[in-house]
Design a protein around this ligand. Sequence first.
Ligand SMILES: [Fe+2]
Length: 257
Amino acid sequence: MGFLTCAALAETGYVVLDRHDQQADPVEWTDLEYVGWRSSGITRFAPLASYAGEIECNGFWNHTPPRADRDGVWIPSQVEKAPTLVRRALEPGANVGRCRVIELQPNTYADAIYNLHQDDNNRLNEDGSGWVVRAWFNLTDDPDSLLLLRSDRFDPATEVRLPLHAGSRIIVDTQRFWHAVWHQGPAPRYSLITSWTSGPELDAYIAVNHGDPHPASVSLPAALVEQAQAEMHRRIEERRRLFEAQGIVMEPPAPLS
Ligand SMILES: [Fe+2]
């Protein structure tokens, strides 16, 4: 049968919507309660919806009973502080799984590509239901920071780089792409991240907000990319050796390139 997917994401796997007027919204994310939760980079998270309405960030499949990344339970103390953010997550009418604000400290391009990862949003998702994708709404204005998407983790030629202005809205099949953010700073970056289930509601939301599957990608100097690639491979190799010394196979050997 297969999963129900969004037609708008079929072509490239991501879309950029019209920019939201972020300046018109209250700054709700500074009032939220954050917990340490390491993602890609130095991060904390303020969950708005979680497995059972607790302030925690674990995947729904790691709880008992486990479930797919949907039917997130809103956390009353957080919802009270961020009604606008909750409204935005609910706006499409698509099922919401995990919903949280991420706080990311400034990093380097090399840090970001070392942190590239694929999400696991569709673990336990059942054939015939909607494919879970992710939305990023940038809350702070970080025009020099970039969401990096790679279809091949080690190949910078496959990299798409999307700028993170205040109000930018990007929907990505994060299980398909290796992704991370290069945040240039100087202050932390805040973004609302929501897991949405694909279906006609999400299709309609993307259409009405002019989802663009071919947004402009920012180019970077070749030397910067080359140096960061070398640094990424060096760190992966370093980590592999460290774990190997403890008898743990962490990473496959670095590919020859
Ligand atoms: Fe991710």
